[in-house]
Design a protein around this ligand. Structure first.
Ligand SMILES: *Cc1c(COP(=O)(O)O)cnc(C)c1O
Length: 343
């Protein structure tokens, strides 16, 4: 036996419904970067499509093209990491919506054959990528020129915010609103404005605009140090499940460890779920871990290590080692089997 990641697609669908209700009338763009936060891209986008999600945030062109292949022509797929002219051509060919945060990429999209759909990115303070406010007027003027020439179509303006403090987010939103006005003044009609991810999208209606790019909450991952799942109306979607490999006196060895993605720093800070209740994790090795035993323990018994049904969610565990739930979810080894239920 090996450890496995169980993914409850019905719980995922419930989260999607909670998100839809929360952000309406804005639409939900489901963010699926990093193999859908480790949940498996194909199963996730297929179920989301069946649940009427129509926008997908795919990060790079490779992922975007994969989503296109899974879902067909109708899906709207947004990519924002486009590094070369060749990737820009591939993005236009796959009919992806392209996030454009620099002047060179704008020219690359315009040069591709076909009329690329672009969302112009203003840097509102995160300095990850995006056009600086002082360069924005020239940038939108050039985009308007290329649009008049038929080389591309500007459908949106967007940015990304830290969601760490309301004051910083408010300052970013002021810059964002000014950038949208400047784009309109340049003759553009950016009907898709998007700024927020999970946290601001849930907590702050004025950040929702037309689209909200949400990943974490869709997978039931609550923010570290923030509101709980019940308050948010979401629930964890996945469970890391392992089995008893050996019973060694007082201790039980289970078949999951660091190579599967379990951080070794969780030893002494995590309890797992057994048939007789929670048991402390004492040692986390490479491919096995040791937990405090229970009287009926037998080889093959199931142990729930993290997530739905386990004593700790990924965010509970993350908080104990000073990180965030996504960080733990993304460590789960791609080689570990994903087992789907529901849908
Ligand atoms: C990852 C990401 C998101 C989603 O963030 P969550 O907090 O997981 O909802 C949204 N927008 C961008 C640009 C991202 O990179």
């Amino acid at each position: 036996m090996t450890a496995e990641l169980r993914i409850d697609l019905d719980a995922f669908a419930d989260n999607l419904a909670a998100i839809r209700n929360r952000v309406a009338p804005a639409a939900h763009m489901l963010v699926v970067k990093d193999d859908a936060y480790g949940h498996g891209l194909e199963a996730i986008v297929t179920r989301a499509w069946a649940e009427d999600v129509r926008w997908f945030g795919a990060f790079d062109v490779r992922t975007g093209s994969a989503v296109r292949a899974f879902l067909g022509a109708e899906a709207r797929i947004f990519v924002w990491i486009v590094a070369t002219a060749e990737e820009a051509r591939a993005a236009v060919d796959a009919d992806l919506d392209i996030g454009v945060g620099d002047a060179a990429l704008l020219e690359d999209v315009a040069a591709a054959s076909g009329r690329g759909r672009v969302h112009l990115k203003i840097d509102t303070g995160l300095h990850r990528n995006g056009v600086r406010p002082e360069e924005w007027p020239g940038f939108v003027a050039r985009a308007a020129e290329l649009e008049r020439d038929g080389a591309l179509e500007v459908v949106g303006v967007w940015s990304h915010i830290a969601e760490a403090s309301d004051a910083e987010d408010d300052a970013a939103r002021t810059l964002f609103d000014a950038a949208v006005r400047q784009a309109q003044d340049a003759g553009l009609r950016p009907v898709l404005r998007h700024l927020a991810a999970s946290a601001a999208g849930f907590a702050r209606p004025e950040f929702r605009y037309d689209l909200v790019r949400i990943g974490a909450f869709a997978y039931g991952i609550r923010p570290a140090g923030g509101p709980g799942e019940a308050e948010l109306g979401i629930r964890p979607v996945s469970t890391l499940a392992a089995h008893v490999a050996r019973v060694d006196g007082e201790d039980v060895t289970i078949d999951v460890g660091g190579l599967d993605g379990l951080p070794s720093t969780l030893a002494g800070r995590l309890e797992v779920g057994t048939i007789q209740g929670s048991r402390a994790v004492r040692v986390i090795g490479l491919s096995e871990s040791t937990v405090a035993g229970w009287s009926t323990a037998q080889v093959g018994d199931e142990v729930l290590v993290l997530g739905a049904g386990a004593p700790a969610s990924v965010t509970d565990a993350a908080e104990r080692i000073g990180t965030i739930g996504e960080e733990i979810a993304l460590r789960f080894s791609p080689g570990m089997p994903r087992v789907y239920r529901g849908g």
